[in-house]
Design a binder for this molecule. Structure first.
Ligand code: ADP
Ligand code: MG
Length: 1006
């Protein structure tokens, strides 16, 4: 059967805009749809509002009907001002029918497909495509739009668009989960989502009714996580800052909860600062939904976090899943029921199919036994099983998985026997958690002994694993590596392990309830099994991290870093085990050291620095090994960049001594470059320069081109700093040659940046611009965000030298944002200075002087020296402001700046960017000149003012689009133009600008 679903795009909004017009349009639309469907031999089986559902026996007839409706709608003279555009979806498959209505997975999919289309578009699934491709009517084609993820989070669907004369074309990206406008990190699910209509509606009502903290509570396996994910997917509509999932199951320690959430929200941490503070700052003004999944084992920490977020972040909503509620104020507890179960003796297949538990069982049954359907022979047993299992989804899945070897009747008989034993023949039902436990016990008992061993050992993984990891961890004893694949496949077939194919490779995981069970079993085994599994797990990730490290500064660097990121839960677990395990110092150091390059490009600096601190700070002798030296160098490099520490030189010296003792030139060169760079940043150029030749010589002797490129690159920077640009250029050219030869793109980018900097110093602005723009292009092309930021910062300074304050500010404010997000503290200070310099060129001189004071203070507090370029620019900036203000006024303003906190300094710098200078925080100063009114809003067009008014009234982009009857794209274009005119960069600044320039906020109608 082929289904045709249709709806009018934006129907609700059209009704609001023009009731009478819409009533007329709706009637005409109704006539068009019904006439065309009937003309093609189909049947409209449901109509709600302007949404129609029709069924066709012949798929080509369905297709023709869709085309005919589009053509008729296109030709219809709709009431003026009512853009009626019909969106359609075609999907084929078997559906269950009851009382003339259809339901089941095929119906659900069709509805989901309709969700992602645009008005005027006709979409079809691969299932329909396969049926009609050979029989397309003349002129009609099907364009392949590729795989799309639908909002049921199920498997991606290959989607086609019907094309032909009279059909519109040129639609934007589909509104699928792959649409970049939908910001989220929701994972795909291997199976279709079943039922839960009422629960989803209730959750939606709760959140839209203002409950900002909803806890989905219930026993394990009842479907909390799945429900939360689905509610989250439904909430994704492209407005606000998206929907983010933080998976807490792998989080072993309560302290790590905040970190896991920060990572999910892509908030970088600032070492030395509580992660919670950084997190709250980062999301304080964001509008997002955060899902904290599987909170039961860290309830206290989650409660604290939730409390802080609810209080400080007014537009963040939390959806928590947990066996127990958090028990804090403002929490709304939603208890998930089981899926609806039929009476145990209902044996009518058609009626059974209406129950959610039966749908889920049948869906899984069909996965394990091809062609399974609930018919007269199976109905009685299915009803009994679903009732017996109380509608617990996980229990139903485990039972259905046995269909590979047993019939439904046999499964039912065995379950009956088990439960009779458990209830000692007493027919009262077991509590839900015992029902599930009984099912898992049953599934476990049916495993062969090697399957049981593998199953248990897999519980040491955190956040999923790959096949090679399973082989490394699960082999041993009676299980050889070559057997692991088969055993794993057997566990997947029994639904004890979940498998998912991502980008061609399979990733496995255990549902949390099941992992917990397996871990319990493993811990119960006598002897060393648990420790052996953990050691094997750790060693596997030591190996992975070191392999990835060896690929850094090479063409495949990013692929490896992505792999490390995907395994970070496991790596974190391996690190934690190393720290806790008496024999774990060396493997722990190897992991931490191996993460060096990864951390610079992907973050997690705080965790790695902390782990290094714990491992290096262990009491007792530390053998002077290569691993220790590498860890010390890593620690130096990370601390130098992220945190600073007075211990850096002594750690570097220790590493150098070890390297010399081992006669390891490469290692010595590595340690020396770390020390030299630190000296350079501390302003000790002579020391850095003095040792730079030695580092180059050692790297040359070691014959490691990567090391040589680093040593030469550093020396070039130092040489340029002394003013010897020719010598610097020679070193850089050699670096470029080496880096290009070995495919080290990141070094090519770094070198282009440095060459750009030298050109700036030489006053060659066009050449500098060329190098730096090249660097940004290449960095973006290879996904080196960190380097792109560095290049942009340097380009910002280049613009400053060229007296182009506006361009400099545009770049520097962006850099400041990225640097804060990634905790590049030194760059935060650099950009503050840059923004002070920009203010000195075109803003109020007193504010500029204040910003200089603030910037200087940040450098001093961090013990960060100004680079030569910064020193010169700063001196001339100060001189110019002294000239403009007079000494006394400059000193007063500058001194005021020195009292500002970093946050205050940033706010002030940003408000110069927004053209809305705020009065200084702190003491009102009689000498302080009036910062003056914000620039008049007169330069904005009437439309732009309208948009600003709505934005100030709290409307999202989508809401603005809806209210003004324009597309979101148009709104975005307007906002870009407004940003250009006002300098405001984000919603907060735009709102502030609107207020200050007298635009009255307009609250959009709901
Ligand atoms: N409504 C549903 N539709 C399809 N599968 C479901 C549904 N609810 C739960 N499941 C499946 O049941 C299993 C257990 O659900 P899960 O959400 O992990 O439970 P919990 O979080 O309560 O422990 C998972 O495999 C999940 O995909
Ligand atoms: Mg869960």
């Amino acid at each position: 059967m082929t289904l045709l679903f249709t709806d009018i795009e934006g129907g609700v909004r059209l009704w609001e805009a023009d009731r009478d017009g819409m009533a007329a349009a709706s009637a005409r639309h109704d006539r068009i749809v019904r006439e065309q469907v009937e003309a093609s031999g189909g049947r409209v089986f449901k109509a709600v509002g302007e949404a129609y559902r029709a069924s066709f026996a012949d798929p080509v007839a369905a297709l023709c009907s869709a085309v005919a409706i589009q053509r008729a709608a296109g030709a219809e003279p709709w009431p003026s001002g009512l853009p009626i555009r019909v969106c359609m979806a075609l999907h084929s498959g078997a559906c269950a029918e009851r009382d003339g209505d259809y339901f089941g997975p095929v119906v659900n999919r069709a509805a989901r497909l309709l969700d992602i289309g645009h008005g005027g578009q006709v979409l079809a699934t691969a299932a329909t495509y396969a049926l009609v491709a050979d029989r397309l009517p003349g002129g009609i084609g099907l364009a392949d739009l590729g795989e799309q993820r639908l909002k049921d989070l199920g498997r991606a669907e290959r989607v086609f668009q019907v094309t032909g004369p009279g059909l519109a074309a040129g639609f934007g990206v589909l509104r699928s989960l792959d649409d970049p406008a939908l910001r989220h990190n929701l994972p795909s699910q291997a199976t279709a989502f079943v039922g839960r209509t009422a629960e989803l509606a209730e959750l939606r009502a709760l959140t839209s009714g203002g409950s900002r903290l909803v806890t989905i509570a219930g026993p394990g396996g009842i479907g909390k996580s799945r429900l939360a994910l689905q509610a989250a997917a439904n909430a994704l509509d492209g407005t606000g800052d998206g929907v983010w999932l933080a998976e807490l199951a792998p989080v072993a320690e309560p302290e790590l909860v905040t970190r896991a959430v920060a990572a999910a929200l892509r908030v970088g941490e600032t070492p030395g600062r509580p992660v919670l503070d950084t997190l709250i700052d980062a999301v304080a003004d964001r509008d997002l939904l955060l899902i904290l999944d599987n909170a039961e084992h860290v309830l206290g920490a989650v409660a604290e976090l939730a409390d802080a977020v609810i209080r400080s972040c007014p537009r963040v909503c939390l959806l928590v899943t947990s066996r127990e509620p958090l028990g804090i104020g403002g929490e709304h507890v939603f208890r998930v029921p089981g899926l609806a179960v039929p009476p145990a003796d209902l044996a009518v297949p058609d009626r059974l199919a209406a129950f959610e538990s039966v749908q889920l069982f049948a869906e899984h049954a069909a996965l394990h036994r091809r062609g399974f359907i609930v018919d007269d022979t199976s109905a009685a047993a299915v009803a009994a099983i679903c009732a017996r299992l109380d509608g617990i989804p996980l229990a139903l899945e485990l039972a259905a998985a046995r269909l590979g070897s047993l019939s439904v009747a046999e499964i039912n008989a065995r379950l009956d026997h088990r439960f009779r034993l458990l209830t000692t023949g007493n027919r009262t039902a077991l509590p839900r958690h015992q029902t599930l436990r009984a099912l898992i016990d049953w599934s476990y008992d049916l495993l062969s002994p090697p399957e049981q061993v593998v199953f248990e050992r897999l519980s040491v993984f955190a956040g999923g694993w790959t096949l090679d990891a399973a082989e490394a961890v699960a082999r041993g004893g009676d299980v050889a590596d070559w057997q692991v694949l088969d055993l794993l496949a057997a566990l997947v077939a029994k639904s004890l392990v979940q498998a998912e194919v991502l980008g061609g490779s399979t990733r496995y995981r255990l549902l949390e309830t099941i992992r917990h069970y397996a871990a319990e079993r493993l811990a119960l085994r006598a002897g060393q099994d648990l420790r052996d599994a953990r050691v094997a797990h750790r060693d596997h990730y030591v190996c992975l991290v070191e392999t990835a490290a060896a690929q850094s500064r090479g063409p495949d660097e990013h692929r490896w870093f992505d792999r490390i990121e995907a395994e970070f839960d496991n790596i974190r677990a391996a690190l934690a085990f190393s720290i806790a395990d008496p024999g774990g110092a060396e493997p722990g150091l190897r992991i931490a050291a191996g993460l060096r390059a990864f951390v610079f490009s992907h973050g997690h600096s705080g965790e790695v620095i902390e782990a290094l601190g714990a491992l290096l700070g262990r009491p007792g002798a530390r053998p002077p090994t290569r691993y220790l030296a590498l860890a010390l160098v890593t620690n130096c490099k990370l601390l130098t960049h992220f945190n600073r520490s007075p211990d850096i030189p002594s750690m570097a010296e220790e590493a150098i001594t070890i390297a010399r003792g081992l006669a390891d030139d490469d290692l010595a060169a590595d340690a020396l470059t770390a020390l030299n760079w630190f000296s350079f940043l501390q302003g000790d150029l002579p020391a850095a320069l003095a040792r730079a030749d030695e580092a180059v010589a050692l790297a040359t002797a070691a014959g490691n081109p990567k090391r040589l490129a680093v040593a030469l690159g550093h020396r070039a920077v130092f040489r340029a700093e002394t003013g010897d640009l020719d010598a610097s250029l020679a070193d850089y050219q050699e670096v470029l040659r080496i880096a290009r030869a070995i495919g080290d793109n990141s070094t090519v980018v770094v070198t282009l940046i440095n060459l750009g900097v030298d050109q700036v110093t030489a006053g060659e602005f066009p050449a500098a611009l060329a190098y730096l723009q090249d660097a940004i292009r290449l960095a973006d092309a290879h996904g080196y965000r960190h380097l792109s930021t560095a290049a942009q910062m340097n380009l910002g300074f280049a613009y400053l030298l060229n007296s182009d304050a506006a361009s400099a500010r545009r770049l520097l404010t962006g850099v400041l944002d990225s640097a804060r997000a990634a905790s590049e503290v030194t760059w935060v200070h650099n950009t503050l200075l840059g923004l002070a310099l920009a203010a000195g060129l075109d803003a109020d001189p007193s504010v500029a002087a204040t910003l200089h004071g603030a910037a200087d203070r940040q450098f001093e507090q961090a013990g960060q020296a100004f680079e030569a370029r910064e020193l010169t620019m700063r001196a001339s900036g100060h001189a110019r402001l002294r000239g403009a203000l007079g000494e006394a006024a400059f000193d007063a303003a500058y001194a005021r700046g020195r009292t500002l906190s970093q946050a205050e300094a940033i706010a002030l710098a940003m408000s110069t960017a927004a053209g809305t200078v705020q009065p200084d925080p702190g003491q009102p100063d009689p000498g302080q000149p009036d910062p003056g009114p914000a620039p008049a809003a007169g330069s904005l067009s009437a439309r732009e003012r309208e948009i600003m008014a709505l934005l100030a009234g709290g409307a999202s982009n989508a809401k603005i689009a809806e209210t003004l009857y324009v597309t979101s794209n148009t709104v975005r274009t307007h906002l870009d133009r407004i940003r250009d005119k006002t300098g405001a960069r984000n919603r907060a600044e735009l709102t502030r600008y609107a207020m200050q320039s007298g635009i009255e906020p307009v609250v959009p109608s709901p």
